[in-house]
Design a binder for this molecule. Sequence first.
Ligand code: VGL
Ligand code: ZN
Length: 197
Amino acid sequence: MKCLVVIDPQNDFCPGGALAVEDGDTIMSSINDMMSVHDLVVLTQDWHPTGHSSFASSHPGKTPLEMVDMPYGPQVLWPDHCIQGSEGAAFHADLDISLASAIIRKGMNPEVDSYSAFFENDKATQTGLAGYLREVGCTHLTMAGLATDFCVAWSAIDGAALGFAVEVRLASCRAIDFNGSLTAALEEMRAAGVTLA
Ligand code: VGL
Ligand code: ZN
């Protein structure tokens, strides 16, 4: 059984959004086309409270894309984005969400960021997605969405480590790509056994 996992297809990661990814909006129609050839569609939604610890604005003197050391390890700081209930956190209007059977919200713990669809960035706290997919009998995951080098890559790597067969559709992903993050993420996904298509 095959599940399409669509990572963070939200306004704030599209042009005009708070953490805009170049051409992020252009992937929605190809993602819609993939839905009908999967048994199940799951969406993730970055869903932060105001003042989240991954926001540079929560760290006096820091600016976006600087690093800080969190109790769980190094963390990139971001502009305020995907605030719970905001228009920026909403799914992009071009995405057909009618076929989604589940929406996994993540990044809700004020103290811990959550790139992956499976684990918070402490690599220990689970979102529940793995259990859901196993209970419904999913073995194969196709992933697409935003951003390739952060939430897509971390989700794909965790999915593979959890025993799912994971394929990332790069044509339906877009990257933030700073400081070589895209090249590194592609390498890490390959090393983790993720199929890059
Ligand atoms: C993401 C940075 C912060 C992503 C989410 O969806 O890739 N990146 N929050
Ligand atoms: Zn976020």
